[in-house]
Design a protein around this ligand. Structure first.
Ligand code: SF4
Length: 212
């Protein structure tokens, strides 16, 4: 399930110094993915849940929060049990990053008070989702997650990454229209100037493109 752990981060959880857990694999294939080495691969050697929980226990003396990111964390059915341990036994503040395609799991996590903060990335306007995600994503599931977060009592943010060469002004306009008053939201620009395609041999081929 896990691809890595970072002991300290000052930027991943608002107002906290945190540890960061990276989960392996993703149900999307965003051609601009900044974590493609772990998101695109399900076969890379994985770190055991037991090891991650031991490290989390050790780090608890030093940090109060954990960010769980990926890849896409919610593709792993073990996620709920892992978070339950981090939250209820180790008493961590939990932030979860998600692409919003598993509204059932987000609903369960919020109802059980297992996460404190959720960052949901809206990739594009619905008609551009396939282009930005490289996959036939069901946008209605993402909207269900938005709805779940709005009805929950946890803190959350909606964000969009503007990818030069792939995103359009229409995506930004759609994102602004989606937002409710005073909702926390961010638009960032993709830091990588590479987009990737997967070759028939499963190799990643970087394709340079020019920032407009
Ligand atoms: S959803 Fe996130 S982790 Fe998955 S491929 Fe897209 S950018 Fe990468």
């Amino acid at each position: 399930m896990f691809a890595g752990i970072r002991s300290f981060s000052f930027v991943d959880v608002p107002d906290f110094v945190s540890a960061v857990l990276f989960t392996q694999g993703c149900n999307m294939r965003c051609p601009w993915c900044h974590n493609h080495s772990i998101a695109y691969s399900d076969t890379k050697e994985q770190i055991s849940i037991e090891y991650i929980l031991k490290q989390a226990e050790f780090l608890r003396k030093r940090v109060d929060a954990i960010c769980i990111t990926g890849g896409e964390p919610t593709i792993h059915k073990e996620l709920t049990a892992v978070i339950e341990h981090l939250k209820n036994t180790l008493k961590y503040y939990i932030k979860l990053d998600t692409n919003g395609t598993n509204p059932q799991m987000i609903s369960e996590l919020t109802h059980e008070n297992l996460i404190d903060y959720c960052a949901l990335e809206i990739k594009a306007a619905p008609e551009n989702y396939q282009k930005l995600t490289g996959s036939p994503a069901d946008f209605s599931r993402v909207l269900q997650t938005v709805d779940t977060l709005r009805k929950s009592s946890i803190e959350y943010e909606l964000r969009m990454t503007y990818v030069p060469g792939l995103s359009s002004k229409h995506d930004i306009f759609f994102f602004k229209q989606l937002l409710e008053e005073k909702e926390r939201a961010y638009i960032t620009i993709a830091q990588s100037t590479d987009i990737y395609t997967v070759s028939p041999m499963k190799e990643l081929i970087p394709k340079r493109f020019i920032l407009r």
